[in-house]
Design a binder for this molecule. Structure first.
Ligand code: UT7
Length: 332
């Protein structure tokens, strides 16, 4: 029997309405619009309202992706949510979203691979479909980093934003849609990007709050140095695994952590700006949500066409990184 291919048939995203601009941040911490734009490319980011959370955004993005794919929630076999900021430790975000969507026949789990989580999710979906364990999978990247940011730490608080993006991945004979997926990691460098509090090692206590263990901490310039070569190497490997060359790639949809990282990766891959999608200026770093949000916006802006070859590449805490090549088979 032929192995089924995994094809993206639906997509969608959700970002909160509230916009936090660099000018707003100038009033909150010792930073300037110039520094933020020059060092990161970010001009504004979205922040959740009090009644919003990772799961509410994930459900909204998921609903949009299901509508686009014309798949009903009850037809989903699996929901996987890539997130480092779930609503709860238990139940999982996928459980909350399953109930919200009414996806009563779906297996549900979360996936923790930080900013690379969406690529890991695509790889898992592709594998489940190849193994004939599932035929319709909702892969979501959703994050509410704003609730983990130390708003007095200018080296991190200016960088992150909230949002969610989702795709429906289906078994198809039309493929190969997701043509390759490369997953990598280096736990030896995990100290570069952490949230130490709230887990079993440092459960929440008065002391953990006092010591600010529940906030995100990052050694930004060290992360930067590892991110560029790692993302580029993973992208090259994914392109080769898909049987393609660099010149075959129509669009790079990278994780949006820093415009300078994206430009450096694109340069290594010899892709000019017309073959790279960026929206970091509007959303900042939304971690696992950034690639599916970017994909959804790229499609809405007419940057993705049937037959295009896309490459996704991401790098994040863990450290984790990876890349995937997708042959775009869906009509816009
Ligand atoms: O998505 C997960 C993975 N994360 C990433 O990929 C992020 C990777 N790293 C980065 O994007 C960049 O390293 C940053 C944007 C975080 C920082 O840019 P940088 O060019 O590496 O700056 P830096 O950390 O080396 O800091 C340079 C200076 C420092 O001052 P001194 O020591 O040179 O006097 C910082 O204190 O900039 C200062 N600084 C700021 N100044 C104004 C740091 N944050 C700010 C700020 N406003 N918000």
């Amino acid at each position: 029997m032929q192995t089924p291919d995994a094809v993206i048939t639906g997509w969608g995203h959700y970002v909160p309405e509230r916009v936090l601009t660099n000018a707003d941040l100038e009033r909150m911490v010792g930073t300037t619009n110039e520094w933020i734009v020059e060092r990161s490319g970010i001009r504004e980011r979205r922040i959740v309202a009090d009644d919003e959370s990772t799961c509410s955004m994930a459900a909204a993005a998921g609903r949009a992706a299901l509508a686009r794919a014309r798949v009903s929630a009850t037809d989903l076999d699996v929901i996987v949510i890539a997130t480092t900021t779930p609503d709860y430790l238990l139940p999982t975000a996928a459980a909350v979203v399953q109930h919200e969507l009414g996806a009563t026949n779906a297996g549900i789990f979360d996936l923790g691979a930080a900013c690379a989580g969406f690529i890991y999710g695509l790889a898992v979906a592709r594998g489940l479909i190849a193994a004939a364990s599932a035929r319709r999978i909702l892969v979501v990247g959703a994050e509410t980093i704003s609730r983990y940011v130390d708003w007095t730490d200018r080296s991190t608080c200016v960088l992150f934003g909230d949002g969610a993006g989702a795709v429906v991945v289906e078994a198809s004979a039309e493929g190969p849609g997701i043509a390759s997926a490369v997953l990598r990691g280096d736990g030896g460098k995990s100290e570069l990007l952490t949230v130490k509090g709230g887990g079993s090692k440092h459960p929440p206590t008065l002391e953990s709050v006092r010591d600010k263990l529940h906030h995100i901490r990052m050694q930004g310039s060290e992360v930067f140095k590892v991110a560029v070569p790692s993302m580029a190497a993973a992208a090259e490997e994914a392109i080769a695994q898909a049987g393609l060359r660099l010149r075959d790639i129509d669009l790079l949809v990278p994780h949006q952590a820093n415009l300078r990282i994206i430009e450096a990766v694109a340069k290594r891959l010899r892709l000019d700006a017309s073959r790279v999608f960026t929206n970091i200026e509007h959303y900042g770093n939304t971690s696992a949500a950034s690639i599916p949000i970017a994909l959804s916006e790229a499609i809405a802006q007419g940057r993705v066409h049937r037959g295009d070859r896309l490459v996704f590449a991401a790098f994040g805490g863990g450290m984790t990184w990876g890349a995937a090549v997708v042959n775009w088979t869906a009509a816009p």
